[in-house]
Design a protein around this ligand. Structure first.
Ligand SMILES: *[C@@H]1O[C@H](CO)[C@@H](O)[C@H](O)[C@H]1NC(C)=O
Ligand SMILES: *[C@@H]1O[C@H](CO)[C@@H](O)[C@H](O)[C@H]1NC(C)=O
Ligand SMILES: *[C@@H]1O[C@H](CO)[C@@H](O)[C@H](O)[C@H]1NC(C)=O
Ligand SMILES: *[C@@H]1O[C@H](CO)[C@@H](O)[C@H](O)[C@H]1NC(C)=O
Ligand SMILES: *[C@@H]1O[C@H](CO)[C@@H](O)[C@H](O)[C@H]1NC(C)=O
Ligand SMILES: *[C@@H]1O[C@H](CO)[C@@H](O)[C@H](O)[C@H]1NC(C)=O
Length: 632
């Protein structure tokens, strides 16, 4: 969740340095800061970034301090294009006990474009009516953030009353507040829908000639048109939903932690320009059919962290522009081919952390454009059966958490010919021969934390494109000889945190890796390990934060964009250590080989290069870095 304190800190620091009010004639109330800022620097911009930097399970496990293994996929969506260079007049105010919202708003400059109101802790109940905001004709973005109760009973609430639509508003974020409809807004709604003569009932047409998922509007043949009255009755039984009718330009709507119990088509009716809808952390238990029919432009829908129990093919119907769907952290127990309607533009689907125990065949057939899919829950193990992934023709990245499989077999991955990244965690006892042959274009294979005990000699056959293989944190004691021989493009290989005491001779001989990690295994040190290269094995991958220029207003944008570089660095701490024989316990494998075992074949590359230097200088003059390489 967004840490407002941190954002405010960044903002307030920034304010100290720069920005006065845009216009000397206007005054900014004491509890507010008014300044010019880039629209991309406003907090609301963060919600438009697809990649919320969630750590990927498995990878984090193999990360040492300050080390990051993969380049993060920076899926920042540039949806603010139109405005991204725009400078806006913004005001942020903290509502305190004595603050009267109406008075406060009266005293703000009329020409503000973005407004953020944050309610202070234990400041009593405050109501903001949208009609109070009509004095800001240029308002583009509004954020209302309630008090952080930290699990205490709510005796301070921020209440938002929608009594008038805001037809010019583009970005609306409501967080930890109570939302009510004003009488006027209900009347607006009834007037509008009555004019439209609603026919919202659709049926699924099971006609041999059409795609099985085609929807036809009910009533277009001689079927009875369902009148508005029926829907009104339905709504009355479901309880009130906030009505956003008339918010014609709304582009982003985020309602989180607002105790929303229902969604209904009425809520979003007419939001034809809405592209981002985030309804996370509410109490939603079900989605009524066609709930999102009024928002045909939606690109991102997140219903994460609700209590949704089931999903039907009609529930998300009509979202033909949808690119990003997040249904994680709900209460779905199954997914099948009747769960999801066609999503012709879907890119990323996240079903993680639902108690789904099995994926039925053909479930994802409707996702033939999707390139990233996440499933599996921390609490309930997931079983796969053949054809679970049929139809994911363009899928590039598959993440499965908590997979329960005795044997990982080839036929489980049928149907994903474009896959380049496969990330599994769970309980997979054995990797069978040819296990990944169906997905032989993968570049990255992460099997960390999978409780693997056995790997077939031919498990990685066909994976010529593989660059990254992570087998860390498993129960491996043994690897078959030549198991990695086909991995001619491997750059990074992680075997750390297993139960290896030795590896077959020449196991790395065909590889040209930049990094091979072997630490945290109970190695039995012997001269058999002479072929291991400390310059590859004592390596970590480090993330370097790109330098940001903190001049002008670019600093904050740079922080938010999270851009990093990576490099491999030498690090003694990850040297593999001996567990046997007893006299070598806790010695680095390389140190033991050189100093104690005096292995004849063991000549670390560096030693021969540096030796002349050592002869010329007394050892105390050796630069520290060189000393460390010798001691590893
Ligand atoms: C705020 O409203 C809630 C109920 O809506 C009430 O229980 C609480 O006592 C009110 N707090 C104050 C400070 O008036
Ligand atoms: C999830 O659904 C089950 C019934 O299928 C119910 O017993 C449980 O309380 C639900 N969990 C939550 C968090 O709502
Ligand atoms: C996805 O499937 C639909 C329906 O079968 C088809 O019309 C469409 O062309 C397919 N798209 C791609 C990219 O394969
Ligand atoms: C993992 O799976 C094996 C059988 O495949 C089973 O014996 C074992 O108990 C499982 N481990 C856990 C922690 O569930
Ligand atoms: C699995 O590996 C263990 C050694 O780690 C070996 O004893 C056992 O025979 C192997 N089991 C199978 C089924 O290959
Ligand atoms: C080896 O290192 C481990 C962890 O650092 C420590 O617990 C153990 O006592 C050490 N053993 C010996 C013999 O030094």
């Amino acid at each position: 969740m967004l840490n407002y304190a941190a954002v405010l800190f960044v903002l307030s620091n920034f304010i100290l340095e720069s920005s006065e009010l845009w216009d000397q004639d206007n005054s900014c109330p004491l509890i507010c800061t008014c300044r010019l800022e880039h629209l991309t620097e406003t907090a609301i911009y963060r919600f438009m970034q697809k990649d919320k930097n969630k750590p990927i399970p498995g990878e984090v496990g193999s990360i040492e301090n300050n080390e990051v293994i993969q380049e993060e996929n920076l899926d920042t969506v540039e949806l603010l294009e139109e405005h991204s260079s725009a400078i806006v007049r913004s005001a942020i105010c903290i509502l305190q006990t004595e603050t009267q919202p109406l008075d406060l708003l009266q005293s703000l400059p009329k020409d503000i474009e973005t407004l953020t109101l944050i309610q202070g802790y234990e400041s009593g109940n405050k109501t903001i009516k949208f009609s109070y905001l009509s004095k800001f004709p240029q308002l583009l973005s509004l954020e209302l953030v309630g008090p952080n109760l930290m699990n205490k009973p709510a005796n301070s609430n921020l209440i938002c009353e929608i009594d008038l639509p805001m037809p010019e508003l583009k970005y609306l974020n409501l967080e930890r507040i109570l939302i009510k409809n004003g009488k006027q807004q209900v009347e607006n709604f009834l007037k509008e829908v009555n004019e439209e003569e609603l026919t919202f009932e659709y049926v699924q047409k099971l006609d041999g000639n059409l795609h099985p998922l085609t929807m036809v509007q009910k009533g277009t043949n001689d079927e009875e048109i369902v009148p508005y009255k029926v829907f009104k009755e339905q709504r009355d039984t479901h309880g009130e939903v906030p009505l956003f009718i008339g918010f014609k330009k709304l582009f982003l709507l985020r309602i989180t932690n607002c105790e929303l119990n229902n969604v209904h088509w009425e809520m979003f009716d007419g939001l034809r320009e809405l592209q981002y809808l985030i309804l996370e952390r509410n109490n939603l238990r079900f989605i009524p059919a066609f709930a999102f029919y009024g928002t045909p432009s939606l690109k991102m829908l997140s219903l994460a962290h609700n209590k949704l129990l089931d999903i039907q093919i009609t529930d998300l119907a009509g979202l033909l522009q949808l690119e990003y769907l997040d249904l994680s952290f709900n209460n779905f127990t199954q997914l099948s081919e009747l769960s999801l309607p066609p999503f012709p533009k879907l890119k990323l689907a996240n079903f993680a952390n639902n108690p789904i125990s099995i994926i039925f065949p053909n479930t994802f057939e409707v996702m033939n454009t999707t390139d990233s899919l996440i499933i599996g829950s921390d609490d309930i193990p997931l079983t796969l059966i053949t054809n679970s992934f049929i139809g994911l023709n363009l899928l590039q990245k598959l993440t499965i958490n908590n997979l329960e499989l005795g044997l990982l077999k080839r036929d489980l991955f049928v149907g994903m010919p474009s896959l380049t990244e496969l990330i599994l965690t769970g309980n997979i006892t054995k990797l069978e021969y040819d296990a990944f042959l169906e997905v032989n274009k993968i570049k990255k294979l992460i099997l960390s934390n999978c409780q693997i005990t056995n790997i077939s000699m031919d498990a990685f056959i066909g994976l010529q494109k593989l660059q990254y293989l992570d087998l860390s944190k498993n129960n491996l004691e043994y690897l078959p000889p030549a198991v990695f021989d086909q991995l001619i493009n491997i750059k990074e290989l992680y075997l750390n945190s297993n139960k290896f005491s030795q590896l077959p001779r020449d196991i790395f001989s065909k590889l040209h890796a930049k990094l091979i990690r072997l630490n945290d295994n109970p190695w039995h040190c012997s001269c058999e390990m002479s072929e291991w290269k400390p310059m590859i094995i004592n390596k970590i991958k480090q993330r370097i934060i790109k330098q940001c220029e903190y001049t002008g207003d670019k600093g904050i944008a740079c922080i938010m964009e999270n851009r990093f570089n990576f490099k491999y660095v030498y690090e003694n701490k990850v040297a593999p250590k001996c567990a046997h024989p007893e006299q070598f316990v806790n010695w680095s494998v390389f140190h033991a080989m050189r100093r104690i075992l005096k292995c004849p074949g063991y000549k670390p590359k560096l030693q021969s290069i540096i030796q002349p230097l050592v002869i010329q200088h007394s050892p105390s003059f050796q630069p520290k870095a060189l000393q460390r390489m010798f001691l590893n």
